[in-house]
Design a protein around this ligand. Sequence first.
Ligand SMILES: Cc1ncc(COP(=O)(O)O)c(C=O)c1O
Length: 391
Amino acid sequence: MDEKLALARRFGTPLYVFDGRVLKKRMETLRAALPSNVELCYAVKANTFIIDLLAGDVARFEACSEGEARICLEKDSRPGVLVVSGVNKDAAYMEELIAAETPVSRYTIESRLQFDMLLGLARKHDKRIPLLLRLTSGNQLGLDKSEVCTIIAEFADDPHLDIWGIQYFSGTQKTSVKRLARELRTCRKMIDRLAQDYGFTCREVEFGPGFPVPYFDDEEFDEPAFFAEFAALLDEFAFEGPISLELGRSIAASCGIFFTSVVDVKRNDGQNYAIVDGGMNHLVYYGQSLAMRQPTCALLREEGVPAGELDSFNICGSLCSINDILAKQLELPGLFMGDVLRFDNTGAYCMTEGISLFLSRDLPRVCLIDADGEARLVRDLEPTWQLNESK
Ligand SMILES: Cc1ncc(COP(=O)(O)O)c(C=O)c1O
């Protein structure tokens, strides 16, 4: 039996499988494509299940909430690994981290209020904390240039602070090298201004390039050429210190497969419909709406099952919503109850960006495959109905 179908049969669907072997190869590809002064930082919001599988292959994990930070610390509490990032940093949790001398690699600063809060906590506990100032890309995130300058002017030498440099992230799925070039120029100007006007040396830049992942059959993306152009930009950027590249989607997407089974098949007004046990609550492809574009998807069926007649099927999820369409007019050799469909490139964001509580359906199972090919269930079906019930 097909190895993947065997997993779906063994563990049951709906099921995510995150394959450590694919992840390892992906990390090798990324490493080979990027200059040697680049360190990789994994933005765990893309997929917290693969943190274990990535240990040793990335320098840091970036967490944007208390929940993410707690997961990271449970998985990998080595010094210098965790970046505590994000807006709305909880003061009580920050105090817990600082007071306990949790070996945080960097705290990022998203606002003046956050800065004052963290400085106050560092002074209260007489600790020196490592910071990165996040430069805004023109939205609610980060600090604007004048605020960065003010902080550096007043606090660069504060004994309770160790300000390493700047962080910059403007968005995901960026295919334009020109845009990345502009963003790196923005960072360069800031670094130069801090040096010239305040004598401040940026020792580190943490940059989120938002590398794209092609999800749909109609997408053409020459990734090696794109990476080569980006590597040239980093050379031009000419930064002496380490560049920490914050990546989520580009690291995680390819290692994930989502499996869903056919639970009903029917014909309405001349159209074939299959209802599956997954849905748009489990499958989130950036740029997808109403299955207007075709994601990579395939039918898995045991050998020996007689093929049906070639026909086209609309694959619909279990959310009782006409919007819950996963694929339209998929050409298949019949579609039978219990058939399994696999959707590829589902390792990033799918299991967290979906509308998981709608209809009080269970969360899918999650299976990890380690580097030796060993598969194990790390989350069983998780009921959600209690969360939607008044207590
Ligand atoms: C600060 C920060 N860094 C990195 C990322 C990861 O982005 P991507 O998944 O596009 O690599 C995000 C995603 O929202 C982010 O907010």
